[in-house]
Each structure stands twice: as C-alpha cells, then as structure tokens.
Design a protein around this ligand. Structure first.
Ligand code: HEC
Ligand code: HEC
Length: 401
C-alpha cells in the first residue's frame, strides 16, 4: 500500500515538475527600456483639412473613438519594440516594421523568430487610425484585433498563448509599473496588451510630407515634374487616385463605419463575415465577396496567394511609399519605376480584374504611359514622404540606448 501511495505521489510530483518546467521554459532576457520622464504626447495631433471629413469623422465617432492616451501608448511603444514578445526573445514588432523604412521592412519576406520567412511583404504602418481594413487580405477590422495576431503567428513571433505572454511579462521588472501608469493596475492582462499596442499604432500619424505642405501653399515648392505627376495621378487617364484615395491615398473604404455599406464596392458589410477566401462555384451568392477596400490590379493570371479572394488585395496607403519597397503583397517589385511599368504596360487579364483596368470590349486597358509620364508619377509619389514621421523619437525603439 505504501508503495502505491509512493508511486502515486511520485506521479503527482512528476506532473508538477512537468508543469513547473514548462513554466520555466519562459525565459526572460531583460533589458530596461529608456523612457522620458514625462510621457511623449501621443494624443496630440490634428489632421490637416485636406484629410476628408469622412475620415476625420471616423476619429470622432467611429471604431477608433477613445483615441489615444499618452501612458497607454507609452506602454504600447515598449511592447512594440520588446523582443520578449517572441517565444525565444529574438523578434519584436519593430524587427519587421522598421521606423527608418516608415515601419516596413526592406525585404520581400521578413525573417521571423526561428528564421522562417513570411510569405507576404511586411506592410508599412501609416495612419492606421484612418484605417479599418488591416493585412493584405483586409481580414482584420480593428487595430485591437490585429495587435496580438503576430505574437501568436507561428512564423512571426511564436508565443503559444496570450496568457503565457502575460505570465512572461509579469516576470520582468518594468511592465508592472507601465501597466499601473496606463491602466491603474499592476496586473498584466492580454486585453491591456492589445489596447496598448493598438493605441501606440493609432498615434502613428503622418501628414507632414511635401505634398501636405503643397496643399497649403498651392504647391509652390513642387518641380514641374512633380506637378505633372500630380496631375496624372489624379487624372481620369491614370485613375490612381480613384483607389489610392482621400487624404490618406488609401482605399476609399476607410470611411465605411458611417454606414454599413462598403463605400468602395457598395457592398453591405456584415460585421460577422467570416473571412472569405474563395468560392470556386461561380453561382455562389458570395461570388463577389465584400471587397473591404481591396482590388485585383492584374498582377497575375493565376494567383497562388488569392488575397481577399481571387487576387484581390488591400489598396494600401501610398504615404511614405518611396521608403517602403519592395512593393506589392509579395514584394515582387523592387522600385516604384517597376510598379509604374506594371500599371503602364503589364496588367494581366483576370476575371476579377478591377473594372478600371478594362477596355470597353472586356480586355485589358493598358495605360501606356510615356517615359516622361512614368518619371512624373514616381516623382509625385516621392513627395508623399514624411521625414518627421521616420525620425520622431516617440515612435523610436526605447531599448536602443
Ligand atoms: C516576422 C515579421 C513580422 C513581425 C514580427 C510583425 N509583423 Fe506585422 N506584418 C508582417 C507581415 C508579413 C504583414 C502582412 C501580413 C498579411 O497580410 O497577412 C504584417 C502586417 C501588419 C500590419 C497591417 C498594416 C496594414 O496597413 O494593414 C500591422 C498594423 C502590423 N503588421 C503590426 C504588427 C505588430 C503590432 C507586431 C508586433 C506585435 C507585428 N506587426 C509583428 C510582418 C511582421
Ligand atoms: C483598382 C484600384 C487601383 C488603382 C486604379 C491603382 N491601384 Fe495601386 N494598388 C492597388 C492595390 C490593390 C495594390 C496592392 C496589390 C497587391 O499587393 O497585390 C496597389 C499597390 C500599389 C503600390 C504598391 C504599394 C505597396 O505598399 O507595396 C503602388 C506604389 C501603387 N499601387 C501605385 C499606383 C499608381 C501610381 C496608380 C495609378 C497609375 C495606381 N496605383 C492605381 C489598387 C489600385
């Protein structure tokens, strides 16, 4: 009998040891973030008037209300750059979203926590506060929902669960204080982590480019080439601005929250819409799934990565675009010249090709730009760079000092 008790308790010990051990798998590698004595003013921004009213409305009444609190965003900044958010303490959000490149990564695929490479190009982060369609397939609607996806992604950061992450961060010396400042409690919880990351991202506003200045001084500083590019970009011929629209040069659908209509496609938005990848059966009622600000621009005849469906990808903002190459969802184009060549001469036929690129008979309407027109479009896109945004200390890595 004694023997049995012994072995039962030995088994019990084993179980305990196992769970202690798996706890102990949590390895901290502590480095203390350097933060300013008074928090940076993350909440202090006003978009200029040329950001359309609909977008500004979104700030005031929409999914982003509640906006940004300086202490919460400070916590978000630390989280964004903390490699402890990855399983083996090697990767932070900032490893793939680099400030010098307007929070994009200058490679087609980014390297994750175990050296595997992401199949899609890391996206720039710019004005997510004016945005409600995140990722190349627009699968996520809010910055909160987005924030913790990469942490659990098996290529990107690899944490098993958010509870485990909270447990891990609890063991550091600085998150208790940061949580207290932000939320009035030292307890670290996943919801606080996503709120803080989302608020930090929402504070990442960019509206001080040469173009923005031009909107105030009638483009007095623009060169003739930039002026020509601007005219072409907004023209019926090139139609760039019909997709890269509004003050944010992004999907016009940015203003969707005001109604339940996707302003880009005109589709009714079902908030519970499960992500629709593809419906091969042509008669399917979802044959035209909600676009959520996505379009097929004829990159391929056959898409291996179908995006939102059938080669439809998010219409990204072109702000800071000169800094964020390589381009497109898979980073296939190294330069803006190559992108313009695509629109000019290389659009591929596809059943879901956006109507803007179709000839009256149904074929592809290549835009056929002249060399000068191509150069002017590139020159115009280069005016969308905001030099302050990429230097602003409040968005910088607090672990780097
Ligand atoms: C290993 C590289 C990598 C890491 C680490 C990473 N990302 Fe990303 N990020 C990407 C890639 C790749 C995409 C595009 C993914 C897709 O479309 O499916 C992306 C997309 C995004 C977007 C969408 C932008 C838009 O306009 O739609 C945001 C925001 C973002 N990441 C924030 C974060 C945050 C916050 C973290 C840290 C918690 C993080 N990322 C960690 C590579 C990374
Ligand atoms: C029908 C809508 C539409 C039109 C019109 C359009 N685009 Fe795009 N654009 C997109 C989409 C969608 C993507 C992303 C496609 C992908 O990654 O597969 C994109 C991507 C880009 C990119 C790369 C962005 C990045 O972050 O990698 C640039 C640059 C660009 N477009 C410039 C232009 C220019 C210049 C014009 C006018 C000649 C134009 N676009 C016309 C929808 C459009």
């Amino acid at each position: 009998m004694k023997k049995i008790i012994f072995s039962v308790s030995a088994l019990f010990c084993l179980v305990i040891m196992y769970s202690c051990q798996s706890d102990d798998n949590i390895q901290i590698q502590e480095q203390i973030p350097q933060l300013p004595e008074t928090a940076f003013k993350y909440s202090d921004f006003t978009f200029p008037a040329h950001f359309p009213e609909a977008l500004v409305l979104q700030l005031e009444g929409g999914v982003h209300s509640g906006l940004v609190d300086d202490d919460v965003a400070t916590l978000g900044r630390v989280l964004f750059y903390d490699k402890q958010l990855s399983l083996n303490n090697t990767i932070s959000c900032g490893s793939c979203h680099k400030q010098t490149f307007a929070f994009a990564d200058p490679v087609a695929g980014s390297v994750g926590f175990q050296g595997a490479v992401t199949p899609r190009n890391a996206m720039a982060i710019v004005n997510p506060i004016l945005n409600n369609n995140f990722f190349w397939d627009s699968r996520v609607r809010s910055a909160e929902d987005l924030a913790l996806e990469p942490v659990q992604n098996h290529i990107e950061m690899g944490m098993e669960s958010l509870d485990k992450l909270a447990m891990k961060l609890e063991r550091t010396s600085y998150y208790g204080d940061l949580f207290e400042q932000a939320f009035g409690t030292r307890a670290i919880h996943p919801e606080g982590l996503s709120t803080a990351l989302a608020q930090f991202m929402r504070s990442m506003v960019s509206y001080e480019s040469k173009f923005d200045k031009g909107m105030e001084n009638d483009f007095a500083d623009f060169t003739p080439l930039e002026l020509a590019g601007k005219q072409l970009f907004f023209s019926e011929k090139a139609q760039c601005s019909s997709c890269h629209a509004n003050g944010n040069f992004a999907a016009p659908d940015g203003a969707f929250f005001v109604t339940n209509i996707d302003t880009f496609s005109g589709d009714v938005i079902d908030p519970n819409d499960p992500f629709i990848n593809d419906f091969p059966g042509g008669g399917n009622p979802y044959a035209q799934p909600q676009s959520r600000g996505t379009a097929n621009i004829g990159l391929d005849v056959i898409y291996e990565d179908k995006g939102r469906s059938r080669g439809k990808f998010k219409i990204p903002s072109l702000r800071n675009i000169a800094l964020t190459g390589p381009y497109m969802h898979d980073g296939r184009f190294g330069t803006l010249e190559e992108v313009v060549d695509h629109y000019s001469d290389n659009i591929q036929p596809h059943t879901d090709l956006d109507t803007k690129f179709r000839a009256p008979g149904g074929g592809v309407a290549q835009m056929g730009f002249t060399e000068l027109e191509k150069r002017s479009l590139v020159a115009f896109m280069e005016t969308l760079t905001d030099a302050n945004f990429i230097k602003d200390e409040k968005f910088s890595d607090p672990f780097e000092n």
